[in-house]
Design a protein around this ligand. Structure first.
Ligand SMILES: N[C@@H](CCOP(=O)(O)O)C(=O)O
Length: 498
């Protein structure tokens, strides 16, 4: 098999191997790495995978993208990432009473879908670093609106040759999400709140990555940067796996015949999750519509409806904090692909976004977007109503992000009459947001203590909370720092003594 190269979305001539793309995280010009071709399944190959385990599907998908990894290396990474870390199974479909399927991706160690990729990324990075052969320590910088931070901390905790620093919006994550991060164990982990929102955290991290002086300072200390956000291809590739697996499971369960389409409704923030589904579709998985579900920060709903991306709007703190994002990084990869890899266009659009906070695409591009994507949004009242409605209708307890997807899918189906079998992607355990979920069910909060609220939700719903979340009660708080967005690199240097 010839080796796949990865190009920057802002300069297609900037090309690297898959292991270099994973090591760098983001291209030096600020662009994101995209494979030069999307490796499609040959006729019959998908059918042959039916009935395979999650790990087998992961090996089959990843080996098509990570072509400078040997099959043994990939299999070994897969074995270390999955299996015992996911005692209830990596990904499972739950069927609601009305036949709607829910893809539960939160049975990993941190109770969010991010574990699906962040148990894998440290394995891939470790192999990629060995290939680079320069013995550098990797400093992982992460911006999080709640879920990525904890999953990255857990994945990289005490991984030799790595340090990890996570930045979260000080007042922009749920109590439980914050508690998961500030109690993280490990010698190589560092956590800091930022006096700003997620976009401030993400912009700050990207600025550090593309600052030549910061890279030089790090290199002088025998270190290099990488990212655990979905701007890193090593985050995105493992997310493609669960869409392939979910489709195969739909076939195995007889919900569709091989070749018949399935829609996915995806709670969306940084656009990585839904973009992974698009890659699966382009690989030949029969996927119909990808339904992009946003909360009140509905910049993507507007863009996918009108073709105008405009972040000049209020930033809302919502019940679904992981989706509180106005600059959705992975959209850049999609636009690059849909424009026929027009790096000049992407460079212009993203300069416009940085200079004015907005850009617009032509009708033709909007038409292409609409071929694959539909979009909608839900505010907090609608999110709560959806949690309650899904629970009353089918006894299924969902978190606020998943509730947004339920609501948006319901509207999509009513508006279009599209009866294609659909999978709602469930991204987090409801117990990461116990207060919001309990209130949505009409329960009274028993005071402010997060763990009393969690117990009340267990009593009310009859659904047990994950042990990992209950155990947080007894873990000591290790991190309490907060900095301004402009101070992030200074803070990193201080804690690492650089
Ligand atoms: N929703 C995310 C925000 C970062 O997204 P990522 O997919 O780029 O890691 C979070 O929960 O932190």
């Amino acid at each position: 098999m010839s080796r796949l190269r990865y190009s920057s979305t802002r300069d297609s001539s900037l090309q690297v191997s898959s292991s270099e793309a994973i090591l760098q995280g983001i291209s030096k010009d600020g662009g994101l790495f995209v494979p030069e071709t999307i490796p499609a399944f040959a006729p019959g190959e998908l059918a042959q995978l039916q009935g395979s385990s999650y790990q087998e599907v992961a090996s089959a998908v990843l080996s098509r993208y990570l072509t400078d990894f040997s099959q043994e290396e990939i299999d070994d990474c897969v074995k270390k990432a999955y299996g015992s870390k996911f005692p209830e199974g990596e990904a499972s479909l739950a069927e609601l009473k009305d036949g709607l399927q829910v893809l539960e991706l939160w049975h990993g160690p941190t109770c969010a879908f991010k574990d699906m990729a962040l148990q894998m990324l440290p394995q891939l990075l470790t192999v990629a670093n060995k290939k680079a052969g320069d013995g550098k320590t990797i400093l992982i910088l992460v911006a999080t609106s709640g879920d990525t931070g904890k999953a990255a901390l857990e994945g990289f905790c005490d991984v030799p040759g790595t340090e990890i620093a996570v930045f979260y919006p000080q007042d922009g994550v749920s109590h439980m999400q914050k508690r998961q991060m500030v109690t993280q164990a490990g010698e190589n982990v560092h956590v800091c709140g930022v006096d700003g929102n997620f976009d401030d955290c993400q912009t700050g991290v990207k600025r550090i990555f593309t600052d030549g002086r910061a890279a030089a300072e790090l290199a002088a200390k025998g270190m290099r940067f990488s990212s655990a956000n979905s701007i890193n291809w090593g985050r995105l590739a493992p997310q493609i796996v669960y869409y392939v697996y979910a489709y195969l499971e739909m076939c195995r369960a007889g919900k569709v015949a091989m070749g018949e389409p399935v829609n996915f409704a995806v709670p969306t923030g940084n656009f990585g999750n839904i973009l992974a589904a698009y890659f699966a579709k382009e690989m030949g998985v029969p996927i119909g519509k990808l339904i992009c579900a946003s909360n009140r920060n509905n910049v993507l709903t507007d863009f996918l409806s009108e073709g105008r991306y405009d972040r000049n709007r209020p930033f809302y703190t919502t019940l679904s904090p992981s989706m509180d994002i106005l600059v959705s990084s992975n959209l850049e990869r999609l636009l690059y692909l849909l424009s026929g890899r027009d790096d000049g266009l992407i460079g212009r659009l993203y300069r416009d976004l940085s200079d004015t906070g907005r850009f617009a695409v032509k009708e033709e591009m909007l038409g292409r977007l609409k071929e694959s994507f539909a979009a909608g949004c839900a505010d907090d009242a609608e999110t709560s109503a959806a949690i309650r409605e899904v629970y009353d209708r089918s006894g299924y307890l969902c978190d606020p992000h998943t509730a947004v997807a339920f609501k948006v899918y319901g509207e999509y189906r009513a508006a279009t009459g599209d009866e294609t079998p659909t999978v709602v992607v469930s991204t987090a355990s409801p117990y990461k947001f116990p207060a919001s979920v309990l209130e949505a069910l009409g329960g009274e909060l028993p005071g402010k203590n997060d763990f009393s609220i969690l117990s009340s939700l267990e009593e009310r719903s009859g659904v047990a909370a994950p042990a990992a979340l209950k155990a947080l009660r007894d873990k000591p708080i290790r991190f309490g720092d907060c900095c301004m967005p402009g101070e992030m690199f200074g803070w990193v240097k201080a804690v690492l003594n650089i």
